[in-house]
Design a protein around this ligand. Structure first.
Ligand code: HEM
Ligand code: ISQ
Length: 154
């Protein structure tokens, strides 16, 4: 088994916590990504024409909420089935969006670090190595599935 039931519970618990303030965590996620990879900003259609990351951009928020949720779901699937089971249509869509936007493989590590740091800050005292590994594992499997799909479509 890749992930334990306890790890699944920890991830669900932290996602519930994050849901209370998705706008703040979304903004934080983007800020961290842009700090590490400033030029990645231009990949995002809703950020291209601004110098700052808009704190209250509804698109940004909806996007970030999806990335949190998809990663959380991957953890659940990994625990239940031992693999990420994102629907075929969703995966094809994710592959094509990222391919078309010019996302490259090294970007995935940047987003991973930013995502984990965002969750760490959101979880506060509840943060642990176990929780980190669970989110990280879910992300890695999901990212690998997206990258595979990008390669198939390229
Ligand atoms: C779009 C998730 C990795 C950059 C999206 C969308 C989702 C998503 C759900 C579509 C949003 C929508 O149209 O509603 C994910 C997940 C990732 C991942 C789950 C990793 C497991 C990355 C990486 C980058 C990236 C590494 C590189 C910086 C983008 C860009 C868009 C996008 C530029 C298009 C935004 C626009 O509409 O202009 N992502 N993403 N993503 N993602 Fe990702
Ligand atoms: C989409 N893809 C990757 C990272 C993201 C971060 C915030 C919002 C949307 C995203």
């Amino acid at each position: 088994m890749v992930l334990s039931e306890k790890q699944e519970a920890l991830v669900k618990e932290s996602w519930e916590l994050m849901k209370q303030d998705v706008p703040r965590h979304s903004f934080r996620l983007f800020t961290l990504i842009m700090e590490r990879a400033p030029r990645a900003k231009d990949l995002f259609s809703f950020l291209r024409d601004t110098d700052e990351i808009p704190e209250n951009n509804p698109q940004l928020r909806a996007h970030a909420a999806k990335i949190f949720k998809l990663t959380c779901e991957s953890v659940v699937q990994l625990r239940e089935k031992g693999e990420v089971a994102v629907g075929d249509t969703t995966l094809k869509w994710l592959g094509s969006v990222h391919l078309q936007k010019g996302v490259l493989e090294p970007h995935f590590e940047v987003v991973k670090e930013a995502l984990l740091k965002t969750i760490q800050e959101a979880a506060g005292e509840k943060w642990s190595e176990e929780m980190k590994n669970a989110w990280g594992e879910g992300y890695d499997h999901l990212a690998a599935a997206i990258v595979r799909e990008m390669q198939v479509q390229a």
